[in-house]
Design a protein. Sequence first.
Length: 319
Amino acid sequence: MGLFNITSSDPDPDGSEVLYLDLNVSALPDGFSFTWNGSPAGTNVAADIIRFDSTEYADLDINPPTHFCGTLSLQARATVFDSTMTGTAITSSSFQDLFVDVSPVADPATGPAELVVLEDQGFIMFGSILSTGIALDDDGTGTGNNDDPETITSIILDLPADALTYNVTYNTVGTAEVFFDMGSESYTINSTAITGNPILLNQTTRDDAEDDIRATLATFQFNLGPMHNDRNSEINVLVTTLDVCSDLMEFSFQQSSFTTTILVQAIADDPSITTGIVIQVDEDTAVIPLTINATRSVDEDDSETLSVRIEVDSDDEGV
């Protein structure tokens, strides 16, 4: 951002003057930097004083710390170097205050890409895996970052409308509430504590609301059907995050999504087999009929194969 327009108060007829920008950065948070065209810019000339030449300050970028929001407070002055036959004269203006407001931008949430379950094992506690697996990038830590972390204000679970059945159960915790949309087969989890202007809510209230939302999500489970089917499925998750900047009295919401694939590990079902009683036959009969009925398992997705193995004890002659 080219924020500075620096000129000398007196014309420079002989071109001997060189202008510089000096910035007092003593009030900036740790982790800030300055760049020009993507490269580091400026030279430290004194404690908390960084100097930039005319090429740099014409298009200078101030880079706040990661996830920082609020006001960057600097002081700027112009410095002139005038070369003469007897030496170099240095003149500086007085410092002027410069403020840069950095608005909050909520970051997207991430979640587990997959969870593995066994076929026909009853209810799947997918909610507990999602609850611990959903992560926010801005947790209020890091050099120069604000102390207040971002928080989750809503989670939507979108179950795909396919041939599988989902017998869903859950329990609400604290201030959390759950709404079911029959048309989209989705469940929305939010908190009654997140109402009105988020600026008016303190960080403790926002944190407690997220805890209740996560705790409610952790109780979600479903019985994935039909039985004897190892078909994989997936859950689409939409998470709304809130970033509040108390210094600027501003806030930002962002909704992000991820898909968690449910990988169902197949379990072979027990087959059944019946044998017929062999009738009495005469010695040296060429063919002795055997009756063996092998019945397929209760497998419903045609993923299992059936084979029969016959073992015959040898006689004294080794036959």
